[in-house]
Design a protein around this ligand. Sequence first.
Ligand code: FUL
Length: 457
Amino acid sequence: MYIDLDFDKKLVNITPSSRQLKHQQMEFYAFVHFTVNTFTDMEWGDGSESPEIFNPTQLDCTQWVEAVKSAGMTGLILTAKHHDGFCLWPSEYTQHSIKNSPYKNGNGDIVKEAAEACRKGGIKFGIYLSPWDRNCPLYGQGKPYDDYYCNQLTELLTNYGELFSVWFDGACGEGPNGKKQVYDWERYYDTVRRLQPDACISVSGPDVRWCGNEAGDTRESEWSVVAGAFPDESRPSETDKDLGSRDIMKRASEMIWKAAEVDTSIRPGWFYHKNENTKVRSLKTLTDIYYRSVGGNCTLLLNIPPDTRGLFSENDVKRLSSLGKKLKEDFSRCLSEDAEFSSPKCKEGHTADMMKTDSYDTYFATDEGDNTAIINIEFPETRKIRMLVIKENILFSQRIESFTVECQHGKGWKHLYSGTTVGYKKIIRLRHTSTNAVRITVTDSRVNPVISHIAVY
Ligand code: FUL
């Protein structure tokens, strides 16, 4: 295979910012969709809903946080305002908010309650603020609406502590006057950077990329090094299969780091609908989504919608805790801790045993330009293996293009898996196999592979 080493070197120059790295390490976190839609049984409100209908009678953000934590999630993003324009906090800039609702006689602030519950529960907090506002009369008028939007952003970015994500939805429909707004994204980004420099600006923003669907589907090859710009009309769409292969990147005029986030709901809708109480996704489906996303170089943003009481529904709560239990069990016994890691070749000081610890401080690598590697993991006795975790040291970019996994079988080796990208984390579920040893062969990588961790379960 002909490899252009100079070009590969350009690719591996692209690495995550510290905010992007922290975000990726969160792995799995929650989305909470809550607004007037919860009370009208709709997915999108049109902005004409009366604030009077918003009346959660038993709202308890601690219940949300406990449920989210039981699944192993590390953060929560709340829809402070969805397309209907209704604000879950008492914004100074509109009457279309919680302050004109019966909730706490107009004295409530659900953004505050959620932020505090997250902080107390030890998870991170983020906000979704829909740029599309179907209630605001200024929408579609250009600067006056951007002023309004930035004022609201400022309220959210200054009054609720540290945020890990500011989630911008690209949806841009008509406002109450039939006009569409041209969003001043650069101004929105500047506002976030100024007031919350550690927050990632997600989806319609520079830091975190939409995975391209809302079903929980993932790509086989997910690259975090993608094109920022193309010189011509050949730009792939964000739903395309290939966003980061060498062929695609050769056409790019700018290269950036932007890892994918899989956003999907635990139910068919983003908002609560009573008739979906029996349609909560099964444990198997959720587990599959988890393994394909978190174990496929993506983060996972799973939505759980509170009901009209302001609580997560019983079925959702049960499902989250079973998911957490299942994931804990799956990773309860590491089989490679006392195994012997070896490799026929490595860069000086970066031997195979350095992959035993899950840390970027120690890592395995081969010499620059040597883009293949063989890693042997020998157990003290025959073990039944079910799962393999591989993590690249992404401080050195994402490099692995293809690899295989085999296990020792009699005197030879039996093929178990062939894969493409690894990135932040690859989880490979293997058919239960009894073996003495596992062999991982990196068959192609950019410049040379740099792997921080491998574990067998
Ligand atoms: C979409 C919205 O239209 C949906 O209602 C939901 O909020 C989803 C996460 O993003 O663009």
